[in-house]
Design a binder for this molecule. Sequence first.
Ligand SMILES: Cc1cc2nc3c(=O)[nH]c(=O)nc-3n(C[C@H](O)[C@H](O)[C@H](O)COP(=O)(O)OP(=O)(O)OC[C@H]3O[C@@H](n4cnc5c(N)ncnc54)[C@H](O)[C@@H]3O)c2cc1C
Length: 430
Amino acid sequence: MPNTIYVLQDRCTGCSSCARVCPVPCIDMVPRPAEDKAKGVKWPKLAVIDVDKCIFCGACVEACDNLFEKTKGKNPDIFHAIVMEKEQVISTTAVDTALYHGVWCYAEQRHGKLMPTIYELLNIGRKLSGDLNEELAAVLIGHQVEGFSQDLIEHGADKVYVFDHPIFEQFLDEVYTQAMVDLIKQEKPNKLLMSASTLGRSFASRVAVTAHTGITADATELAIDPKTGMLHATRPSFGGNLMATILCEKHRPEMVTVRPMAFPRAERQPGRQGKILTVKADPSQWKVRAKFAQFIPEQSEIQDISQAEIIVSGGRGLGKPEGFRLIEEFAKTLSAAVGASRAVVDAGWIPYRHQVGLTGRTVRPKLYIACGISGQIQHLAGMSSSDVIVAMNTDPEAPMMKLANFAVEGDLYELIPAVIKELKHLKGEN
Ligand SMILES: Cc1cc2nc3c(=O)[nH]c(=O)nc-3n(C[C@H](O)[C@H](O)[C@H](O)COP(=O)(O)OP(=O)(O)OC[C@H]3O[C@@H](n4cnc5c(N)ncnc54)[C@H](O)[C@@H]3O)c2cc1C
C-alpha cells in the first residue's frame, strides 16, 4: 500500500498549525466550500495537503494531535484532523549487529598526498570509539602510501589497514569500492566515517550501496547513544531549517560522511604505538568497467575556502555586486580566500562555493575578516571556530562585532582601501 495522507474536513479548524510545522512546505489553507458554510461550519478555512510534495514526516499530524490533547476536554470534535498511513518497509537484509565492532575512518589521499580531513575524522572517531569502548582504525588505500600509517597512529588510530597496490594509484570509485567492501565483509566494522569531500561523497555512497548499509551524508554532529550504542548522525536538512538526526538501525557498518571542518583536528602524539595491517588486494576478482584516462588539475586562481588559512568575507554591507572587487583585492593582498554570506550568494553577487555558514561551508581559518556581515546565527555556525575574527561594520551592535576579537567600526569602503594601502606599504609595494 502506498503512503497516504488526508484531512478530515469536519475536524479541521483551519488554524494553520500544521502548515507552520511542515518543512516542505506542502500544506495550504484554503477557503471552505460553500456547502460547509451552508451546513453551519464556523471555521472559514481548511487545510489542504499536496500529496505529491508531502514527504510523510508526520510533523503536521503531531501538531494537530497535540492541539486535540490540549482541547479535548472542552471540544472533542475538533483537531485530530490529519490521517496518515505509511507504507511498512520490511528489510530482508538486516544483519546481526552484535557481530560488528570498531570505528573506522577512511584516510583519503589524492595523488599520493594525505588529505588533512582525516585528522578531523580521527578526532571525532576517537571520541566515538572511546564511548563504545571499541578500537579506532584508519583505512588507507593507494599506491606507495604505507608511509602515512605511523602518522595516522600518532593522530589516534589504534590500527591502520593499508591497501598498497599500483591499481590504486589513481582514484576510481569502482576499484576503491571493491577494496573497501571486501575489507568490510572480512572485518565487520561497526561505524565507518568518511570525509564529505567531493571524492568522499562519491566513494562513500557507492560503498554504502555495495555493502547494503545506510549512510548519513554531510553530518555536522556525531554521538553514540549510550543505551543502544548506535550512531546518532545529525545534519542540516531542508535548507538548514531543520537539524535531522539519522539512525541506521538494522545494517552495519553505520556510515557517515562528515562535513570538512565540522570537527577540530586530532592532536599529534609523537611515538604513539599501533598496528599496521597490510591488506592484500586481488583485483583479478573485481568487476571494473571504468578506466582512468587523464588527470587535469583545475586551472583556477580561486582558493578553496574550506582549506584557506585566511578568509576575507563580504556581505550585504557591500551594497552592490561590484563591491566584491574590493574584497578580492583585499584577499589578494593577504593571500587569502574570498568568502561570502548567504545574502549576497542568494542575490547572485558571488557563486555559492564562497558561501560560509550552516547551508554553505564550515571554515576554521587562522584569520577570518568579515566585511559588512551582520553575523546572523546561520553565518556564525560556519565560522565561529576561526582562530582570530576581525569584523568591519558600521553598526557596533551587530552580532559579528560582538563576537570578533577585533571589531572595527566604520564604512568598509573607507576602511579596506586604507588597510590595503598599509599592507602594500609594509610589503614595500608602494
Ligand atoms: C535556514 C537558513 C539557512 C541560512 N544559511 C546561511 C548560511 O549558510 N550563511 C549565511 O551567511 N547566512 C545564512 N542564512 C541567512 C542569514 O540568516 C542572514 O540573512 C545572512 O547571513 C545575512 O547576510 P549579511 O550579514 O551579509 O546581511 P545583513 O544581515 O543585511 O548585514 C549587513 C551588514 O552590513 C553592515 N553594513 C552596511 N553597510 C556597511 C558599510 N558600508 N560598511 C560596513 N558595514 C556595513 C550592516 O550594519 C549589517 O550589519 C540562512 C538563513 C536561513 C533561514
